[in-house]
Write a protein that binds this ligand. Structure first.
Ligand SMILES: [Zn+2]
Length: 482
């Protein structure tokens, strides 16, 4: 009986070992069981390797194929999902950008137009967020909007301030790149947001006008920015400023700068590319994509391109124009016009606008209405075909066609400009804001942010920046008096 039990246990043990069970109470003190166990293990191993190997291999191959197929499908699905996620991210990013630029309705519309909007809680939450921010916005009083302006920025102060006859003028009315960057950063920190004259009023075909409605969060303040004389006039050659605006390989507007050795660098060497870059990094500095307004003459061409008719006809050339043509025997007028158009097109697409600064940098206060008409016809004929028609005029020298009282149709200069489609007029005024909006025009004063103002009236700029911190130490002082 005892022997039988032992045998049963042994058999059980072997069976158990063969079937993989390791829980054997007596196995340690049973040499046979141990041995049998080992043998069993080997046998198990053999069974796994040998008898079925043929069919196993083909099975394995099938499994592998199947696995590969599944992996491929999973990969495809993942790629598809990633693509969808990316598309969604792009849409969400686009909406975020619109909202950052205060176009909450545009952001909401974009997300709500997505086919999966009703089931996508992420998009719904984003819309709720935009709506909450939109609800905090207040209407900014149009008559309190400030307007600041610059000329071409100085890249190399050692060349602008080199003691030649032009140094005093540059020191008075120009701003260095370093100063511009500091001013822009300060204005951004103070909550300034770029708007356009076109946001202040809309003039309709039937002659009526609608006042604008600028809605911003309560800690934000709109301002208009303009840059005058972006022609890169011949007289500025070699004085440390950019030479023209160009499109880089990405289609972005950049400035060219001619180095000492004659090589040409391309970069953020003037206001347009500098501000583009700043707004790329701080989209909330721009109201719905607005950039600045460039006040353009035509007599030396535009944007650094020698597009005036004189370069084609060779008639009435100034000394520096003649010199330019002599130095550039391969000059191709048509190509020049084409290139300028491309740059202007890209700028307008990107939020920039163009205004007339009169074709010949005329003094509109002292010039007669007839003279101004003659001048404006040149702007229409030789500048508008490149930059496009404009309804804005930024008076050269700040020389207005009237005093502070409202323009009337009795003013022949106003009557003429109005008849040519001008609705927005800008002079120069050092007060914080000076705005007139009537049923026939918008007029705004502009503040010069230049060496003269910073040196003599820093307190008049304190709402924008601290002139002591901004003033470029490379400027010779005192800044010459006007
Ligand atoms: Zn000017």
């Amino acid at each position: 009986m005892k022997k039988n039990v032992r045998m049963i246990l042994i058999l059980f043990c072997i069976t158990s070992l063969l079937s993989g069970c390791a829980l054997l109470p007596f196995s340690d003190d049973n040499p046979f069981a141990k041995q049998g166990g080992k043998k069993g293990e080997k046998e198990v191993a053999k069974i796994e390797e040998d008898p079925q190997s043929q069919s196993e291999e083909s099975q394995e191959q099938e499994d592998k194929d199947q696995k590969q197929k599944e992996e491929n499908k999973q990969k495809e699905d993942k790629e598809k999902k990633d693509k969808e996620a990316e598309k969604e991210k792009t849409v969400k990013e686009q909406a975020d950008l619109l909202a950052a630029m205060y176009d909450y309705d545009g952001a909401i519309q974009l997300l709500q137009s997505q086919p999966d909007y009703s089931s996508n809680t992420e998009l719904q939450e984003a819309v709720a967020g935009y709506e909450a921010t939109k609800a905090t916005c207040v209407e900014y009083p149009l008559e309190e909007i400030t307007h600041v302006f610059y000329h071409t920025l100085i890249k190399d102060t050692s060349k602008a301030f080199d003691g030649d006859s032009k140094e005093a003028g540059y020191n008075q009315v120009m701003t260095t790149i370093d100063e511009f960057n500091k001013i822009t950063q300060s204005m951004y920190e103070k909550g300034y947001v770029l708007v356009s004259l076109h946001d202040m009023a809309t003039f309709h075909e039937d002659g009526t006008v609608t006042r604008g409605k600028i809605m911003l969060p309560p800690d934000k303040k709109p301002f208009v920015l303009s840059q005058d004389d972006v022609s890169y006039y011949h007289y500025m050659d070699g004085d440390g400023m950019a030479s023209r605006l160009v499109l880089d390989e990405n289609g972005d507007v950049k400035a060219e700068y001619v180095e000492d050795d004659g090589t040409v660098s391309v970069g953020d060497y003037d206001l347009v590319p500098l501000l583009d870059t700043f707004i790329d990094e701080h989209p909330d500095f721009s109201y719905r994509g607005r950039k600045g307004i460039l006040a353009m003459t035509g007599y030396n061409g535009v944007l650094g391109y020698r597009t005036d008719i004189a370069y084609k006809t060779g008639e009435n050339l100034s000394e520096d124009q003649q010199k330019f043509l002599d130095q550039n025997p391969d000059f191709d007028y048509e190509k020049e016009v084409e290139e300028a158009k491309k740059v202007a097109e890209a700028m307008k697409k990107d939020g920039w606008e163009f205004a007339s600064h009169t074709w010949g940098h005329r003094n509109a206060t002292s010039d007669s209405a007839e003279k101004l008409q003659e001048d404006n016809e040149k702007w229409e004929n030789y500048v508008a075909p490149i930059l496009g028609k404009t309804d804005m005029i930024v008076f050269a020298f700040g020389a207005d066609i009237g005093n502070w009282e409202q323009y009337t149709m009795d003013n022949p200069k106003f009557a003429y400009y109005k008849s040519r489609g001008y609705n927005y007029f800008c002079n120069v005024d050092s007060s914080q804001y000076w705005v007139q909006i009537t049923d026939s025009y918008v007029r705004q004063g502009r503040r010069n942010l230049d060496g003269y103002r910073m040196y003599y009236n820093p307190e008049m700029l304190s709402d924008l920046f601290d002139a002591k911190e901004v003033f470029d130490p490379a400027r010779p002082t005192p800044v010459p008096e006007m």
